[in-house]
Design a protein around this ligand. Structure first.
Ligand code: HAM
Length: 440
């Protein structure tokens, strides 16, 4: 019986990889332009890290954490990974791990502002559907430090997200922003919501009432129709924002206006993770259907200290802002736009072996070419028909075919056939590297 990949995961096959690499390369170029350096964190972390940062009442922690369990406690390799005191979970997102690393290596001691980016797989035990996977990939960035307490950082992050999507070739996406204000403002917001909804949710589901008690913000992105209608009827506005919070949001918007970034302010946008304060944003692509968010982010002041970081030697608190884009959804959106990143195989030289006895010499020649930086390959068909070998050269996109037949073997030469023009010349085998290099 064949074994398939787990539900909600997918393989990226060689004919699909070009599209992924294109996204990564464009992202790396742009991150450099904006001054961000790459960070790579483990794909699993202490479960407590996610519980403490994303929030115990969030869907991601409550329902979707994929926790690791050793196969059999106390036997063999499992012993090397003790699980009695702590449990581990596959990372559902990149922000908490980056903050954990920031604190662990005390990055704030040396740097006023750390600008970090990451590209990699994330894991959530969701019900899989189009654009919603259990293993998916994010391109994300985080700006953390005493130097991150500036509305321009919020604007820069939003501008960088937009620039990334544009550089991938995505058009017509929509940016929504909102502000939750400071921690105190956010508390005021929660209190106001609770008061507004009091007595109006008694007829709704138990889950909704539970959310009302435990984390009222979760109701703002409820999937329950009756709850959605109720929430839509609320006039939220910016009533929860203090003077400082309002001014901060105004400064962010002004910076976006100045940069010509189009956005819509949506007072219902709170995001599904608990760590956010002040600016939050989401970017959607309408053509994607139900899972239309291609990226999202926001500010998370306070999370660094909450996870044990912060430095008493400095008076300023550590500020932080970031975002993550979903690579699968971006690729789906590009496809919906009709943009395909075609797979183009390419090889400099494919060596064609005239007779099975020549295989050793052909293999040695291919080795020599590779040692000299020429992309070379050969047929391993043990004397397959020469025609079949030429077909293979074509399939692999070889620029030249190198032919070693009886005559060439006798004369110490090799035939070099230009696969575009069809012309063939004889070259001394001792001069083959230089000759091919000059022709490439
Ligand atoms: P998030 O909104 O949970 O935020 O995820 C960001 C993006 O990842 C989403 O907009 C979506 O494109 C993609 N994504 C999320 N879940 C899935 C899934 N199951 N399948 C496919 N794609 C998915 C965060 O993760 C935050 N860490 C963003 C952030 C960074 N905030 C501050 N810094």
């Amino acid at each position: 019986m064949k074994i398939s990949s787990p539900r909600g995961t997918s393989d990226i096959l060689p004919d699909q990889i070009a599209a992924w690499q294109a996204l990564e390369q464009k992202a790396r170029t742009l991150f450099k332009t904006y001054g961000y350096s790459e960070i790579r964190t483990p794909v699993f972390e202490d479960t407590g890290l996610f519980k403490r940062s994303l929030g115990e009442t969030t869907e991601v922690v409550n329902k979707q954490l994929l926790e690791l369990k050793s196969a059999s406690a106390g036997v063999g390799a499992a012993q090397e990974m003790p699980v009695q005191d702590s449990t581990f979970a596959l990372r559902p997102e990149g922000t908490a791990p980056v903050v954990r690393a920031y604190n662990q290596y005390d990055l704030g001691r040396e740097e006023f502002l750390s600008k970090l980016f990451y590209v990699g797989p994330m894991f959530r035990g969701e019900r899989p559907q189009k654009g919603r996977l259990r293993q998916f990939h994010q391109i994300g960035a985080e700006a953390i430090g005493r130097g991150a307490n500036h509305p321009f950082i919020d604007a820069e992050m939003i501008m960088l997200s937009v620039a990334l999507l544009k550089s991938f070739g995505l058009n017509d996406f929509k940016l929504k922003i909102n502000s939750l204000g400071s921690a105190e403002d956010k508390q005021k917001f929660a209190d106001w919501l609770r008061l507004e909804l009091k007595g109006r949710i008694d007829h709704l589901s138990e889950a909704t009432q539970d959310q009302y008690q435990r984390n009222v913000f979760r109701l703002l992105d409820s999937k329950e129709e009756a709850c959605k209608t109720l929430i839509q009827s609320l006039d939220i506005g910016t009533r929860h924002l203090s003077e400082g919070g309002l001014k901060y949001f105004e400064d962010v918007k002004q910076a976006l206006d100045q940069a010509g970034v189009a956005y819509e302010v949506s007072s219902h946008l709170v995001r599904g993770l608990d760590y956010y304060t002040h600016t939050v944003f989401e970017i959607s692509y309408a053509g994607l259907g139900a899972q239309d968010a291609v990226g999202a982010g926001g500010r998370y002041n306070g999370l660094i200290e909450q996870l044990g970081g912060g430095d008493r030697r400095f008076p300023e608190p550590v500020g932080a802002m970031g975002f993550a884009l979903g690579m699968e959804r971006i690729l789906l959106a590009l496809e919906a736009q009709g943009q395909r990143c075609a797979y183009k195989p390419s090889l400099d030289v494919f060596a064609v072996c005239g007779k099975p006895e020549f295989e050793k010499d052909v293999f040695a020649l291919v080795h020599l070419l590779r040692q000299n930086g020429i992309a070379a390959d050969m047929d391993f068909g043990r004397g397959r028909a020469v025609k079949k070998q030429f077909d293979q050269a074509n399939k692999l996109g070889a620029r030249f075919a190198l032919v070693l037949g009886e005559e060439e073997m006798r004369n110490g030469t090799a035939g070099v056939k230009d696969m575009m023009t069809g012309t063939q010349i004889d070259v001394e085998r001792s001069a083959i590297v230089e000759k091919i290099k000059s022709m490439l």
